[in-house]
Design a protein around this ligand. Structure first.
Ligand code: DGP
Ligand code: NA
Ligand code: NA
Length: 208
């Protein structure tokens, strides 16, 4: 039996990831392709609860500790990710390890290598869709500035870190267009990835 694809959306805050995740899931369901949504941070777990309080500025923690909590939050879901992919379900994921490294390299000031280390060995995405949005467009989105990392200076540094993390599995999507236009591109890339990875083993985030 062929496996599902591990498709991850990355991008800055308010790039439209959640909207595109929903639109892609619906499009896959319309085509009878088994698919499931996964959101990181998963704020419903015990660790996710601490992360949520941290992001809402209800608790203070050293940035390094927060970094490890975000990573632990992904490790909590490792088995369920693996099982879903193996049984043929495509996962449509809102943020993953690249967010971990990109945000934490800025908040901790530590090298990307240090930031990537805790996620090494987790299942690797087959496709990363990076939604690009300009700082101007970002600020016009509702609720901008409420959570901890939603500051212009932080975001522009995070954008730079994301670029350094891109590999051959990444595509950059211009998210400044209408959501339907963005969705068309997203769906094309997703359908290709679902086809391409069917007989491939599930990868691991590099341990080199
Ligand atoms: P979201 O729920 O997608 O808006 O993400 C919440 C915030 O947390 C957002 O500013 C991005 C940041 N974030 C997401 N994942 C990670 C991570 O793994 N590490 C760090 N440091 N920040 C993250
Ligand atoms: Na956010
Ligand atoms: Na989101």
């Amino acid at each position: 039996m062929s496996r599902g694809a591990f498709i991850v959306f990355e991008g800055l805050d308010r790039a439209g990831k959640s909207t595109q995740v929903s639109m892609l899931l619906q499009a896959l369901k319309d085509r009878s392709i088994p698919a499931q949504k996964q959101v990181f941070p998963d704020r419903t777990t015990a660790i996710g609860g601490i992360i949520n309080d941290y992001l809402a500025k209800k608790v203070e923690l050293p940035s390094e500790a927060v970094h490890l909590l975000f990573s632990a939050n992904r490790w909590e879901c490792k088995n369920s990710i693996q099982e879903s992919l193996e049984k043929g379900t495509t996962l449509v994921v809102d943020r993953y390890a690249a967010s971990g490294a990109a945000y934490s390299s800025v908040t901790t000031g530590r090298p990307l290598e240090w930031c990537r280390a805790p996620d090494q060995g987790l299942p690797a995405p087959d496709l990363v869709l990076f939604l690009e949005v300009s700082p101007e467009a970002q600020k016009t989105r509702p609720d901008w500035g409420g959570e901890r990392f939603e500051r212009d200076e932080t975001q522009s540094k995070v954008a730079k870190s994301f670029r350094q993390l891109a590999t051959s599995n990444w595509v950059f999507v211009d998210a400044g267009r209408t959501k339907e236009e963005v969705h068309q591109d997203v769906l094309d890339f997703a359908l290709k990835a679902i086809e391409a990875c069917k007989q491939q083993p599930i990868g691991k985030l590099d341990e080199s």
